[in-house]
Design a protein around this ligand. Sequence first.
Ligand SMILES: NC(=O)c1ccc[n+]([C@@H]2O[C@H](COP(=O)([O-])OP(=O)(O)OC[C@H]3O[C@@H](n4cnc5c(N)ncnc54)[C@H](OP(=O)(O)O)[C@@H]3O)[C@@H](O)[C@H]2O)c1
Length: 312
Amino acid sequence: MRAVRFHRVGGPEVLRVDDVPDPGAPTGDEVLVRVEASSVNGTDLGLRRGDLRVATLGRLPFTPGFDVAGEVLACGPGVTAFAPGDRVVALIGHGGGGQVERIRIRQGRAALAPRSVPATDAAALPLAGLTALQGLGRAGLAARPRARVLVHGATGGIGTFAVQLAVLAGAHVTAVASAARLDLATELGAHEVLDRRRHDVTALGARFDVVLDAAGTLPFVPGLLTGDGVQVSVRPLSPDVLRAALRVRRRGPRFTAVRTAPRSQDLAHLAALVDAGRLRAVVDAVHPMADAAGAHRHAEAGVRGKVVLDLR
Ligand SMILES: NC(=O)c1ccc[n+]([C@@H]2O[C@H](COP(=O)([O-])OP(=O)(O)OC[C@H]3O[C@@H](n4cnc5c(N)ncnc54)[C@H](OP(=O)(O)O)[C@@H]3O)[C@@H](O)[C@H]2O)c1
C-alpha cells in the first residue's frame, strides 16, 4: 500500500509517496480502517520542518497524519463498538502515521463519523476539534455562564472549532486573527474580531474569563484575565507553560495547557454536533495524496481552517 513519508526533515519537498508493507489483520481491540482522508495539522508541519526533532528522532522515514476518516474493513476479536462497513473518524497517537491507505487503530481512539458530511470534512475533526473541545473544557467553560472568551489564532484548525464551541457554550467570543481572515471568524459566530497585527492583544485589559491560545504563540498574560480567569495554551511543552507549572499560584489568574486525549466520547460529541448542523469543519482545500507537498505549502501560507489530504 502507499503512504506519505519524509526521509529527512526540511521543506515541503521532502514529502513523497512510498510503497510500504500492509498493516496486516487487526488484533485485540483494533479496527483495520481503509483511510479515505487525513488532515494536515500544525503538528505535521512542525514535525516535517524539524521543529520537534525529538519526536522524529530514530523514526525516519516518518509518516505524518494524526487524523483519519475512513471505512472499517475488519475488526479484532475484542472490538465491541464497530463492525466492518462502519465509517469512522479517529485520532492517531503521538507517533502520527495516518496518511496511509490502511491503518490499524484501537477502538478507543475512534468514533462513528458524522453522516452528513464527506470524509474530507470528517477528517478535519479529530485533532483540531478535540484540542478545541478539551482546551475549553480545561478552562471549565461549561461552568462559566456567559463567559468572555478570547480565541487567539481563531481562524486556524483549532481556532475555527474553538470559536464555534465557545459560541455554542453561550460565551461572548473575541477572535484574534490575521486581517485577511477576520471575515471567517465573524461567520463562525465571533462577537468581536481583532486583527492581530493592528492590536496589541496583551494590552486588551482584564476582561476575559478564558483565553484559549489556539496558535500557541501567546505568553501568559495575567493582565488579560478576570480574577478567576484561565489562559489555556495548546503547547503543553512550551517554556512558558513549563515555567508556570513550577510556580504555585494559589489565587488569581491561572495558566495551563491542553494535551489532547483521544477520547471516543468527545469525538462522538463533535460528530453529533456536526450532524445537528451546529458545528462545521472549515476545509480550505483538499489535495490528493500525491500532492502532500502542495498541501503543506498551502497550510504554511496561511489557512482558513484546515487543509485535507484525499487518500483514495
Ligand atoms: N496540545 C496538543 O495536544 C496539540 C494538539 C494539536 C495541535 N497542537 C499545536 O497547536 C498549534 C496550532 O495547531 P493548528 O493545527 O490549529 O495550526 P494552524 O491550523 O496552522 O493554525 C495556527 C493559527 O495560528 C495563527 N498564528 C500563527 N502565528 C501566529 C502568531 N505569531 N500570533 C498569532 N496567531 C498566529 C495562524 O493565523 P494567521 O492566519 O494569522 O497566521 C493560524 O490561524 C500548533 O503549534 C500545534 O503543534 C497542540
